[in-house]
Design a protein around this ligand. Structure first.
Ligand SMILES: C[S@@+](CC[C@H](N)C(=O)[O-])C[C@H]1O[C@@H](n2cnc3c(N)ncnc32)[C@H](O)[C@@H]1O
Length: 309
């Protein structure tokens, strides 16, 4: 696709009825942002949405016996999952910070793992499918801006960046105290109370197919804001060193997938994404390399997924 054609296509997605003025716009609905997307900022843009016709020719496998399973294997090769089959992947990768499941990998080796998994997620996602990655930045001396590496890797794999959500885990009083620099400009240290959810899409920003959404008006309005305040999950309660709350997965599942879609977690851990998917009438698929966590995820699914009426 030529550059002009591509720009016109992007403009087409975003073109509505109002226009961006130098003062911004009061209302986002029916907003014509074509002037914005024609600016040089978008010249040579990295995103390459696939033409609709090409996407319509892609065969989407139906969920069959490969769904509703936790696979105990590395997600660098999710051979049980057919290509173009998954609507949403939501995950929190190992952070490589010394949790009991973490190897002590160098940054390059670690990012290679994230890339290899991202590549296979791209393969299994259907056109318009989303990959939502929960990640935190690390350290202070220096600070490792992990999310910037994640953007580089996934955009290089042709994922389309759609936005990011700040997951606010605490109101503010928490976080370890920077006593070494107490009330001094000598070396004040920031105390993180947030993590990121990076949102990517495969081939298109919108789903080319039709489906049934089950998100209410109030939740949609809240979930489309870029800051989500949800308390963290207790590792002790779940029995995994770094679970995210099922409530977080619930919101992602309802915002980014339709009923009966397939939802994948390539680093499933204790199965939080799978529990959320099943309880929201989606199919789940989980991969984890640890036998212990695969067993835990299966048990949580048995305990926490409500029986279908
Ligand atoms: C941050 S935890 C995920 C926690 C999960 N979100 C939950 O709520 O329980 C990361 C998981 O990745 C798993 N893991 C590490 N390397 C892996 C690999 N190559 N393939 C699949 N899973 C892997 C670890 O065993 C760990 O359970």
């Amino acid at each position: 696709m030529g550059e002009i054609e591509l720009r016109e296509k992007i403009i087409g997605y975003l073109m509505k009825k109002t226009e961006t003025s130098s003062y911004g716009v009061g209302k986002r609905e029916s907003h014509d942002s074509s002037a914005f997307y024609k600016r040089s900022l978008y010249d040579g843009i990295f995103v390459k949405p696939t033409p609709k016709k090409e996407m319509s020719e892609i065969e989407i496998p139906l969920p069959e016996d490969w769904v509703s399973k936790i696979y105990c294997a590395s997600s660098t090769n999710m051979e049980k999952v057919p290509e173009n089959s998954v609507a949403l992947a939501f995950t929190s990768p190992p952070y490589n910070v010394g949790k009991e499941y973490d190897d002590d990998m160098g940054l390059r080796e670690y990012l290679k793992l994230i890339r290899d998994v991202g590549k296979d997620v791209y393969r299994v996602l259907r056109p318009g499918g989303r990959y939502v990655i929960n990640i935190a930045n690390l350290g202070r001396k220096p600070y490792i801006p992990m999310h910037t590496f994640y953007y580089d890797i996934h955009m290089d794999l042709d994922f389309l960046p759609m936005g990011e959500i700040i997951w606010q885990k605490a109101k503010g009083a928490n976080g370890s105290c920077a006593w070494g620099s107490w009330m001094s400009a000598k070396s004040p240290r920031l105390r993180d109370i947030h993590e990121y959810l990076l949102v990517f899409a495969k081939q298109d920003f919108s789903r080319p197919d039709k489906g049934e959404s089950d998100i209410g008006r109030k939740e949609f309005m809240e979930s489309t804001l870029s800051v989500w305040e949800i308390p963290p999950e207790s590792a002790k309660k779940v029995g995994h060193p770094a679970p995210f709350p099922v409530a977080l997965a619930d919101k992602v599942v309802r915002l980014y997938s339709y009923i009966d879609d397939v939802v994948l977690d390539p680093f499933a851990g204790s199965g939080s994404t799978c529990v959320a998917a099943a309880n929201n009438n989606r199919y789940y698929v989980g991969y984890d390399i640890s036998k212990e966590y695969c067993a835990l995820a299966k048990q949580r699914i048995l305990n926490e997924v409500a029986p279908k009426s």
